[in-house]
Design a protein around this ligand. Structure first.
Ligand code: ZN
Ligand code: ZN
Length: 483
């Protein structure tokens, strides 16, 4: 880090000059303390510096090159943990540590699928995370095709007995990614709903607007009162192929082979590093992303980019000659994809939850960001009055509506009343790549990554250098007067 070294050098020079200075000006009063920096000017400087700063891209380039995919509970996740701890220390974070918790890890084995009748063809598939395996020889059965998840829900109990249920509902392309929320139920809940109706296996069209053939995985949610059936995602063109075959009116048979193993009590970690506050270090503004990633890709956009943006923003704040009043905490969550990381983090930080001023996770790719939602009442606070004009040059709109959610890993902490803010990226292309083998470094755009870093750095600095109390603002209490 350059700043401390320069500061140290300046101190040595000052000390060396001190005796002569003291002799010449024995009676002179000590120089007045410099006025505190204008927070908006500092935030503006951070924003502009971030636009040309290499830290975020270097972070994700290093991670994808030196570690690669990092499925929670695997040896590669452990390598990722070691890489991240070293990286955070090198970037100047303090109190860098890993908070361990056990998970049931899921590891993919060999997988294949093919149409065996009436028009035999191989299919591109990817097992869903957590799926139970098929028998070694696979499952071959006639399919029942549903063009929407709602159609599956409308099927009568027992109507799928002995069949493979296939849902080919397409996902619309939207700028805000809003098609994902409804559509991913076909992936997460579909296997349970199919099993309740008697199905012996489940296939869903990938939850993606892409026309590419690579399938997209993601977690399946089993429940105790439904049989766990093997489940996989079809490539989008493969799902369309089945739609076309169905138009011919003949029964369709598919053979599916899924292998996987589970590792009980596998280790996972949430990783934490701080940029200590200068005068209120016990008050925390926490940002971060998630360290784990699906196995087929490199975990570049999901969520190497989110970690890179938040790590770089905090690093730039840490390089300031004077840290903001409050601590900026970076959290890299260790098992988001299987939804294991949020509760251990909330449990580990339960005792200090009231000291978390605000949290935000970056987990929708590398940007560019296009909207910002703040906690209720925040824009009326003097400390944040400048936010719209700070975000304007980045082409980020400040939303009228308060933030509802800031990523799944802070969710448990938010449930205890911790306020959140949320940047929403342009997600037009995100789900083309998400959870597929195409999640690779060459999808990360440096300029977009830097725009995201600039936005996080400026906003997080302003919040961290203020004494704004979002909990009080939400209750309609007056904002503190200190800008
Ligand atoms: Zn993610
Ligand atoms: Zn993901």
């Amino acid at each position: 880090m350059h700043r401390p070294r320069l500061a140290g050098l300046a101190l040595i020079l000052c000390l060396a000059a001190a005796p002569a200075f003291a002799k010449a000006h024995k009676a002179a009063a000590p120089p007045p303390a410099p006025p505190p920096p204008d927070p908006v000017a500092v935030a503006t400087g951070l924003r502009d510096k971030a636009l040309n700063d290499p830290t975020a891209y270097d972070f994700v380039e290093s991670l994808t090159t030196e570690v690669g995919p990092r499925l929670a509970g695997t040896v590669q996740a452990e390598r990722g943990k070691d890489w991240a701890l070293a990286k955070l220390k090198a970037l100047g974070f303090t109190d860098v540590h890993a908070e361990p918790f056990p998970i049931t890890a899921w590891v993919r084995g060999a997988e294949s699928a093919e149409v065996t009748a009436p028009f035999p063809q191989k299919l591109m598939i990817l097992g869903l995370g957590g799926s139970v395996p098929t028998p070694p020889e696979g499952i071959e059965a006639e399919i029942v095709l549903f063009h929407s998840y709602a159609d599956l829900l409308a099927a009568a109990p027992g109507s799928l007995a002995g069949k493979i249920a296939v849902v080919t509902q397409p996902m619309p392309r939207t700028q805000d990614g809003s098609g994902y929320g409804w559509n991913n139920r076909a992936r997460t809940r579909g296997p349970v709903e199919a099993a309740r109706r008697g199905a012996i296996a489940y296939l869903t069209r990938s939850i993606s607007p892409s026309d590419g053939r690579l399938p997209h995985t993601g977690k399946v949610w089993y429940v105790p009162d439904a049989t766990k059936i093997p489940a996989a995602a079809l490539g989008v063109p493969d799902a369309e192929l089945i739609d076309h075959m169905a138009l011919r009116g003949k029964p369709i048979r598919i053979r599916l082979v899924l292998n996987s193993t589970e590792i009980p009590n596998a280790p996972a970690w949430n990783l934490v590093g701080d940029i200590k506050g200068s005068s209120a270090p016990d008050e925390i503004v926490a940002i971060g992303g998630h360290m784990d990633s699906w196995d087929p890709g490199q975990g570049a956009i999901d969520d190497g980019a989110g970690m890179a943006v938040t790590a770089a923003a905090a690093t730039l704040i840490g390089e300031l000659p004077r840290h903001p009043r409050r601590t900026v905490r970076l959290v890299l969550f260790g098992a988001e994809e299987m939804d294991y990381a949020s509760k251990p983090f909330a449990d580990a930080h339960q005792g200090e939850a009231s000291r978390y001023v605000a949290v935000s996770e970056s987990d929708t790719g590398s940007g560019p960001l296009w909207t910002l939602s703040l906690p209720k009442g925040a824009l009326d606070a003097p400390a944040l009055k400048a936010v719209p004009s700070l975000m304007g040059p980045l082409r980020i709109i400040v939303a009228d509506q308060p933030a509802q959610f800031s990523g799944s890993d802070f969710a448990e902490l938010e449930r205890t009343g911790v306020p959140a803010f949320s940047f929403r990226p342009d997600a037009s292309r995100y789900f083309d790549i998400h959870h597929s083998a195409d999640d690779t470094l060459n999808k990360v755009d440096r300029a977009d990554l830097n725009q995201s870093t600039a936005a996080f750095a400026a906003l997080v600095y302003l919040i961290a250098d203020s004494d704004i109390d979002f909990r009080a603002l939400a209750k309609g209490q007056p904002a503190p007067s200190r800008p």
